[in-house]
Design a protein around this ligand. Structure first.
Ligand code: ASP
Ligand code: MG
Length: 410
């Protein structure tokens, strides 16, 4: 008998009909003689709707009350799904995060799981029940309800799989797996048979919304193999594991892209030793996430600093800089909006020099101007004009042969 954790995302439980369908997927697993723990998200767009109603009351609602509110979304789903299982003649029980023993740090709206006390879930499984757990929520040491950040139900599922030593963790969603790039924009996008944790982590952080980055981190740390698959179709999904074992050794595994990026350049900062730390500490304190950073010395003593941020954060960033002009004197700030980030990701880059060069050459041949670059061991990101984004992804997808049919590794 195996222990399986299944997770169903919002669209996979978006209506009573979908919940019935999810219940059938759970039952298939139970009928194979397995113990099943099911983690669910809030139905459809529930979380978004709750957020927008709260915003009607206050522009910056209390974070504690937001957690209180948003945790209700998942609670609705666990009860419906459990009722559906019971109605189909299967013994089942639903638990909120705290009932399932999920403790988190004391941070509202973006808490990390610190511990899972599995006794209650285990006892229910031993008693032959299917256990249905609310994703995305936990409780801190003071008994306050916390949530794990948007998309956090994935993390609940992986953390439970790890704590329970599950044999498998299946992530059911509205797509059939992880693709080489977003199939909604790029015709040639192909479903990957497998992808490594590191590649998935880069792709998730670069905006591939299919998995919560923290869930991938967790899976890597505890070596939990994940499968991302469709809740509506029976076909095999994508396996996420230490090394992509089923894919041929292409150097680039996937291409991620994201629009609404703005470049900010600060001219004439003092070249003092503490300047960078002051600027980025100030921005971080104001919760502005900076991505690519480029510093250049001028021939005088001053420096120019360029960084990219999400376009939503521009106003706030400019305010923060202006307010702190006394402790970090600068001449002027320039911004350029309407930019996008296009990134190639693949573990094979570690041992293959010249991948960045190949990327730049492909973009040059397609007349695409690159405005910023950043690299890690297994990715190269470029910032380009928004109008060039899809063209760049298409060209790179072909140049790195991602559109060719999958070949299973020999
Ligand atoms: N319901 C939460 C959200 O929409 C958590 C999740 O779905 O994973 O972000
Ligand atoms: Mg999700």
């Amino acid at each position: 008998m195996a222990l399986i954790v299944q997770k169903f995302g919002g669209t996979s439980v978006g209506s009573i009909e979908k919940i019935q369908n999810a219940a059938n997927r759970v039952i298939e697993e139970a009928e194979r003689g397995n113990q099943v723990v099911v983690v669910v998200s809030a139905m459809g767009k529930t979380t978004d709707e709750l957020v927008s109603m709260a915003k009607e009351i206050s522009a910056a609602p209390s974070k504690r009350e937001m957690d209180m509110l948003l945790s209700t979304g998942e609670q609705v789903t666990i009860s419906y799904l459990t009722m559906a299982l019971l109605a189909k003649g299967y013994d089942a029980v639903s638990y909120t995060g705290w009932q399932a023993g999920i403790s988190t740090e004391a941070v509202h709206s973006n808490a990390r799981i610190s511990d899972i006390e599995t006794a209650r879930v285990k006892a229910a499984l031993e008693a032959g029940k299917i256990v249905v757990v609310a994703g995305f929520q936990g409780v801190d040491a003071d008994g306050e309800i916390t949530t794990l950040g948007r998309g956090g139900s994935d993390t609940t599922a992986v953390a439970l799989a790890s704590a329970l030593h599950a044999d498998r963790c299946d992530i059911y969603t509205d797509v059939t797996g992880v693709y080489t790039t977003d199939p909604r924009y790029i015709k040639g996008a192909r479903k990957l048979l497998s992808v490594s944790y590191d590649e998935m982590l880069e792709l998730a952080n670069l905006g591939a919304g299919v998995l919560h980055p923290r869930a991938v981190e967790f899976a890597k740390n505890y070596q939990i193999q994940l499968e991302v698959r469709s809740s509506m179709e029976q076909e095999k999904g994508t396996i996420i594991e230490e090394e992509a074992s089923m894919e041929q050794n292409l150097i680039v595994r996937g291409i991620a892209f994201e629009d609404r990026i703005t470049r900010v350049t600060i001219f004439g900062l003092s070249g003092n030793i503490g300047t960078l730390s002051t600027i980025f500490t100030t921005l971080a304190k104001n919760r502005i996430n900076v991505d690519i950073i480029i510093q250049s010395m001028t021939d005088t003593d001053s420096i120019n600093l360029t960084f990219s941020i999400k376009s939503n954060d521009v106003e706030e960033a400019l305010n923060v800089l202006e307010k702190n002009k006394n402790n970090l004197p600068f001449d002027r700030v320039e911004t350029e909006s309407g930019l996008s980030k296009v990134s190639i990701v693949g573990s094979g880059m570690v041992s293959n020099p010249g991948v960045a060069a190949e990327m730049f050459e492909c973009m040059a041949q397609n007349g695409i101007v690159i405005k910023m670059v950043s690299t890690s061991e297994i990715k190269v990101s470029t910032v380009v004009d928004q109008k060039d984004m899809v063209k760049a992804v298409e060209a790179l997808h072909e140049a790195f042969r991602l559109d060719e049919p999958a070949q299973v590794k020999a």
